[in-house]
Write a protein that binds this ligand. Structure first.
Ligand SMILES: [Zn+2]
Ligand SMILES: [Zn+2]
Length: 172
């Protein structure tokens, strides 16, 4: 089963070891590198990230590309997941538009643990050529990093509420 685009964002952020606040802080300094973002700006950034992770307003192409500078993810995978969501949704279409079907769309190959993919794998290319530390597929939807770490848990966010500590951070 393919995951939702918001779950993809969540899994990639968790795999990067970043809290929502840390991801927001790193994102916030990108456009304003010469000025520290204010606490209000950081809170707004965190709220926007949480919104996208929870399946609210999705990121635009420009936004997901910017976010990929903070969290190691594949913007193309995100767009593929969004397209699959739209094809399956009951959202009314504008006059004249036709709905595609999911079977015409690419279903990206993702690790069920960390949502890494061929173009955004775990690890880094270090050492001599051929000595990549990237993860590899050990099952059709499980990478070697997660297999080693026994991260076989179901998606931590899914359709449920985000954890309360995180929510408290945003509200604070
Ligand atoms: Zn994995
Ligand atoms: Zn991996």
């Amino acid at each position: 089963m393919v995951i939702r685009s918001g779950t993809y964002l969540h899994k990639r952020r968790v795999a990067a070891g970043l809290s929502l606040g840390e991801a927001a802080a790193r994102l916030a300094v990108l456009p304003w590198a010469i000025r520290r973002p204010t606490p209000a700006e950081l809170r707004a950034m965190m709220a926007r990230l949480a919104q996208a992770e929870e399946g609210g307003e999705p990121f635009t192409l420009a936004q997901i590309q910017l976010y990929s500078a903070v969290v190691h993810l594949d913007p193309v995978v995100y767009l593929q997941l969004l397209a699959l969501e739209l094809a399956a949704s009951a959202t009314p279409l504008p006059p004249g538009a036709r709905r595609g079907t999911a079977r015409h769309l690419v279903i990206p190959r993702l690790c069920r643990g960390c949502a890494c993919s061929d173009l955004a794998p775990c690890g880094q290319s270090v050492g001599a050529p051929g000595e990549s530390t990237h993860c590899r597929w050990v099952e059709p939807d499980l990478c070697s990093t997660c297999a080693a770490a026994h991260i076989h848990r179901p998606p931590p966010c899914g359709s449920g509420p985000i954890d309360s500590g995180l929510r408290a951070e945003i509200v604070a």
